[in-house]
Design a protein around this ligand. Structure first.
Ligand SMILES: CC(=O)SCCNC(=O)CCNC(=O)[C@H](O)C(C)(C)COP(=O)(O)OP(=O)(O)OC[C@H]1O[C@@H](n2cnc3c(N)ncnc32)[C@H](O)[C@@H]1OP(=O)(O)O
Ligand SMILES: O=CC(=O)O
Ligand SMILES: [Mg+2]
Length: 720
């Protein structure tokens, strides 16, 4: 650990102290003494409560393991009785809780659209994410496999590809914003005015089939540059007219781009996607959130031979359809994901040398940063409604949600904020939350702004919870299990029954193949069709393409239909994902082991060796997969479980990891700062971390990966 200073009885890492005292508190009426003494008080009050909650997790898991050791998988009825007797399965609330949350922005309550996630440690990406509220459809079509590519692209701008993009955009406009007659492909000029939408075609001037889809415009300047603003399902689409550009000149109506409202909300992530193991890392991550709340965040970097300076975009100005001036947010509504209850950080130590609870420090720092937004101290506003949106991951059940609520209330009180200013997004990613979701929502009824599913952590927790029952299914087979389908459906059912429609987000999970946009376009429409008014995407381009799904689907209508169906049966959540090893060939087992070992190593080597918490890792077939802590939890738990049940043995696991280390080194060859593992496996922190994850996976609380990752990363940092 680097140099520390004493503050209110705490030992504070120097990087963090400087960040807090010189940057975080720069323009708010809190002294360093206020801040540190508040942290000390919060830590003293909440540390024992958190410790009790964690001990309860271990106690329950221990009892579940013992039961399985005696009964194997047991029958579902017996398993249900066990969980009920243990208090793991709480009685369903006698009346369904209804949420009652005030000061919620329309981006959360009303506008279905993509949710982008971005690691907080990368300001360049985070600024891009904030600005990803608006994204170029032309770029997303041109530069990805969303449109099939049938020829080698010419250097610079390829006109043939451009023609393909223009034709695809016309087709989309015909589908989403049809003209009274004819096609957008026939338009020679768009001429919006306060009289409404007008487009010239060979067949005369036409309007939109649905007049209410015209939202506004910017009048053409002397060079004919203007815009036409359309709206559907609450999302805006901006036709940019610019005859001075190469694309505008090629387009039949001078359209140089079709810009879609894309990442309606963004989560700035302090958790699964980052590697923050000390005060230096935490300060870097917090600085991003602060910069987004003040509006002052800047990133300067080299790109394409030039130095780029990136800042957040201003709002967008239009003349509305009725002639009044119209301003639309230029930035995604930002949420921050803090750490779960199980995390501690050495960025601050208590007087007796213990690490403080990371979620406590996160809550206080993020709320103080939020003051800049709440008090309008910066050039831009994030929450127009006056809230700070905090996503809380990895909570186990309603008591832990209640604990978060209490922590947030204490932070509000300390900062003089109105009650319920700090909102909570509840990640439904641990089994004890899934099976008690109603009660979890009830515990945060006056501040919950989302629940969501689709999480890899949830599968990791499923494996760990039934660890002792038998060998689990292969990773790919998990997707079709009964528990997982029920988890997806029931989360929506419970949320809608609690009144989420028009008030909060019902979210779905991450698209984990960042380059496979054609496949995403085909599959991810399943999310709005399942009643989700948001779902996670890994990049701004994916946000723009996923926005098409919300333009196509009226999610509110879908939610109204879904609300009529019966809530999925909670007992189906208790079907265990066990496999019959007899059905797996030696080849199946070898392949599964290699797949997981390679993905573990591919991710861990960048985390431990380079401090990168989210990476695209090519799988054995070369398909790039987004890997983060949650995917690591699945892969490591799966191998640990197969080791426990003798599906694989320790020697084979070690031999496979050694072989895969060489492959991963090869895949990363030439990468700046990459620390190869194969030349010295014994002394490679990354390789040793990977082995530890699988060999201690059975005893690691809840199968979490953070402890091993952090320990080995700290060692690698010290070593470097
Ligand atoms: C299970 C869970 O917890 S899921 C949540 C955690 N996962 C995430 O947060 C995923 C976030 N996504 C990412 O981190 C990245 O997109 C990765 C790691 C998947 C891929 O990263 P890279 O390989 O560097 O991306 P790639 O080279 O394709 O693209 C880089 C460009 O896209 C932008 N970009 C990529 N991802 C993002 C993002 N999430 N937000 C904003 N911009 C992004 C970058 O700013 C960069 O553009 P620039 O050069 O103009 O700055
Ligand atoms: O937090 C995300 C996940 O998949 O887990
Ligand atoms: Mg997670």
């Amino acid at each position: 650990m680097s140099e520390t200073s004493e503050r209110s009885g705490l030992q504070v890492d120097e990087h963090l102290r400087v960040f807090v005292e010189d940057e975080l508190l720069a323009q708010v009426d809190l002294t360093p003494e206020d801040f540190w003494s508040t942290l000390a008080r919060l830590q003293e009050r909440f540390a024992p409560r958190i410790a009790t909650a964690l001990a309860e997790r271990d106690d329950l898991q221990g009892k579940i393991d013992s039961w399985h050791a005696e009964h194997g998988a047991g029958s579902r009825d017996d398993y249900e009785k066990l969980l009920t007797d243990l208090g793991y399965l709480a009685p369903e609330p006698t009346s369904v809780p209804t949420i009652d949350v005030d000061r919620v922005d329309p981006e959360i309550a009303e506008i279905p659209g993509p949710q982008l996630v971005v690691p907080s440690t990368n300001a360049r990406f985070a600024l891009n994410a904030a600005n990803a509220r608006w994204g170029s459809l032309f770029d997303a079509f041109y530069g990805t496999d969303a449109l099939p590519q049938d020829h080698e692209l010419a250097k610079g701008y390829d006109e043939r590809r451009g023609a393909q993009v223009i034709a695809a955009a016309d087709e989309l406009l015909d589908e989403l914003f049809p003209l009274e007659r004819g096609s957008h492909a026939d338009v020679t000029a768009y001429r919006p005015s306060t009289d409404g939408f007008a487009a010239d075609t060979a067949d005369g001037t036409v309007g939109l089939a649905r007049r209410d889809q015209f939202a506004g415009f910017t009048a053409p300047d002397g060079d004919g540059r203007g815009t036409v603003l359309l709206v559907r399902n609450g999302l805006h689409v901006d036709l940019v007219i610019d005859p001075s550009t190469q694309v505008g000149r090629q387009h039949h109506a001078d359209v140089s781009d079709v810009v879609l409202e894309s990442a309606v909300t963004t989560i700035v992530d302090l958790e699964d996607s980052v590697a923050t193991v000390d005060g230096e890392d935490k300060a870097l991550a917090y600085r991003t959130w602060l910069g987004l709340m003040t509006g002052d965040l800047v990133a300067e970097f080299a790109k394409g031979g030039e130095t780029v300076t990136r800042r957040v975009n201003p709002d967008r100005e239009y003349t509305g359809a009725d002639g009044s001036s119209l301003a639309l947010p230029g930035r995604s509504l930002m949420l921050v994901r803090t750490c779960g209850h199980h995390m501690t950080t050495n960025a601050v130590l208590t007087a007796d040398g213990a690490e403080v609870n990371e979620g406590v420090l996160d809550a206080l720092v993020c709320a103080v940063a939020g003051l800049y937004d709440l008090r309008g101290l910066g050039p831009h506003t994030n929450s127009r409604a006056g809230s700070v949106y905090v996503v809380k991951p990895k909570q186990h059940g309603p008591d832990e949600v209640a604990l978060t609520v209490e922590l947030f209330a204490a932070v509000e009180e300390a900062l003089g904020l109105d009650a319920n200013t700090l909102k909570i997004g509840i990640m439904d990613e641990e089994k004890r939350t899934t099976v008690n979701l109603s009660a979890c929502i009830g515990a945060a009824a006056d501040r919950v702004i989302f629940v969501n599913t689709g999480f890899l952590d949830r599968t990791g927790d499923e494996i760990h919870t039934c660890f002792a029952a038998g060998p689990v299914l292969r990773k790919g087979d998990m997707k079709s299990t009964t528990w997982l389908q029920t988890y997806e459906d029931r989360n929506v059912d419970v949320a809608l029954a609690a009144g989420f429609e028009h008030h909060a987000q019902v979210g779905k999970g991450m698209w984990a193949k960042p380059a496979a946009m054609a496949e995403m376009l085909e599959q991810k429409i399943g999310h709005p069709k399942a009643g989700a008014n948001t779902a996670w995407v890994p990049s701004p381009t994916a946000a723009t393409l996923h926005a098409l799904h919300y333009l196509r689907t009226d999610v509110h209508a879908v939610q109204e239909e879904i609300a009529k169906r019966d809530t999925a049966d909670r007992r189906h959540l208790l079907e265990l994902p066990l496999s019959d090893p007899g059905t797996l060939s030696d080849d199946d087992v070898r392949r599964e082991l290699e797949t997981n070992a390679q993905s573990i190593l591919g991710y861990v080597v960048r985390w431990v060796g380079m401090g990168i918490g989210c990476s695209t890792v090519p799988d054995l077939d070369g398909v790039g997969l987004m890997e983060d802590r949650a995917t690591l939890r699945i892969s490591s738990q799966l191998i640990a479980n197969w080791l426990e049940h003798g599906v694989v043995d320790a020697d084979t696991v070690r031999e496979t990891f050694a072989r895969m280390a060489a492959l991963v080194d090869e895949q990363n060859e030439g990468q700046d700062g990459y620390p190869p593992m194969a030349p010295d496996l014994e002394n490679s922190e990354s390789f040793q971390a990977a082995l530890e994850l699988v060999f201690t996976g059975g005893t690691e609380p809840n199968g979490y990966t953070e402890r091993a990752l952090t320990q080995w990363r700290r060692q690698a940092k010290a070593h470097a």
